[in-house]
Design a protein around this ligand. Structure first.
Ligand code: BG6
Length: 327
């Protein structure tokens, strides 16, 4: 089949997609179905379900040919992504709060417009992770990937700043935070997609890809150090901001025999965090032993890498998560 015929076939197939909206109790289900008979496009069979989740909070559940995902409107937090036949990729604490005004402990909290707790700010990690966002729409692409768009409602703290979040779900999970400066002056901010990953046993985990990179050690007064090892391993609390890191990082999980690749665009900072024993006990919304089953590898632009956005410009922070078997 020529390229032109292939494209025509894909367009024809896309036109046969049948969208069906069904209401069942408090659930609104959008079914996206279509049959693709060429090698470029597997059979598409996706569902987008709007329903009430934990804490009676609204959430969107998306089921694709390859995977399932849950996204709470609270913080536009992706709390769950799981490929069929694999353990969940994202970690979600069993002790997490599910209340407006509090961030969800796990998944991918969206950190914006600041990271950490600068002295002149009122809370840790910005405020958008604890606010309700709007679900705008979900669309199926001809290749079976479903994209869902979320928007931060206008808020007094950010006049003239538009914030959108696109979640693309298929065999991999891609998230993109888009900040547009609609004001007439520069807008300076930090952003971070604070991703919690599920691991089988933190003692069998290493994070690679950051050798030779400078980091700010948050456990040592943010002093600047250089990563000497081929891999980061965890034998105690780790809380580091690796700066000037556009490159991908990879989590190697020897217990689940899984490699997780974190690829990113427009991100110069990588934060690696595990709270270990004492900090886990100190966090009310985190189980005492849960540090053994999670690691955060966060992608963003913080501290030295913060963003200065000119009027009319957009900043697009994009992260793609994929997994492979290490067996
Ligand atoms: C990490 C920070 O990004 O988030 C840590 O580097 C912090 O210092 C952790 O403890 C969790 O923050 P919070 O506000 O969600 O408890």
């Amino acid at each position: 089949m020529s390229v032109v015929e292939t494209v025509r076939e894909v367009v024809r197939a896309a036109q046969t997609i049948c969208k069906r909206i069904v209401r069942k109790g408090d659930r609104k289900i959008l079914s996206l179905r279509g049959q693709y008979n060429n090698t470029l496009s597997p059979t598409l069979n996706a569902q987008v379900i709007q329903q009430t989740g934990r804490g009676d909070l609204p959430m969107v559940r998306i089921e694709t040919h390859w995977s399932e995902t849950e996204i709470y409107l609270l913080g536009a937090c992706v709390t769950h992504f799981q490929r069929h036949g694999e353990p969940p990729l994202l970690f979600l604490s069993e002790k997490s709060r599910f209340e407006n005004g509090s961030p969800i402990r796990g998944g991918i909290p969206v950190i914006f417009p600041w990271f950490g707790k600068p002295v002149d700010k009122s809370g840790q990690h910005g405020f958008v992770r604890a606010r309700p966002w709007e679900f705008v729409e979900a669309k199926a692409q001809p290749d079976g990937i479903v994209t869902a768009l979320f928007r931060l409602p206008p808020c007094p703290e950010l006049p003239s700043i538009a914030v959108e979040y696109v979640v693309a779900i298929g065999e991999t999970l891609t998230v993109e935070l888009i900040v547009t400066n609609k004001s007439s002056s520069n807008f300076a901010f930090e952003n971070c997609l604070h991703t919690y990953f599920t691991v089988g046993d933190i003692n069998a985990v290493s994070v690679v890809g950051l050798k030779g990179v400078d980091y700010l050690d948050s456990l040592d007064g943010a002093s600047r150090k250089t990563e000497a090892g081929d891999a980061i391993r965890f034998t105690g609390e780790v809380d580091r901001i690796y700066i000037n890191t556009p490159q991908a990082a990879e989590i190697r999980d020897g217990a689940l025999h899984r490699g997780i690749r974190v690829e990113k665009e427009n991100s110069l900072s990588t934060v690696v965090w595990n709270p270990w024993i004492a900090k886990s006990r100190a966090m009310a919304d985190f189980g005492d032993e849960e540090y053994q089953r999670m690691v955060c590898v966060e992608s963003g632009n913080v501290r030295d890498n913060s963003v200065a956005l000119a009027p009319g410009q957009s900043a697009r922070l994009k992260v793609k998560l994929s997994s492979t078997s290490l067996k």
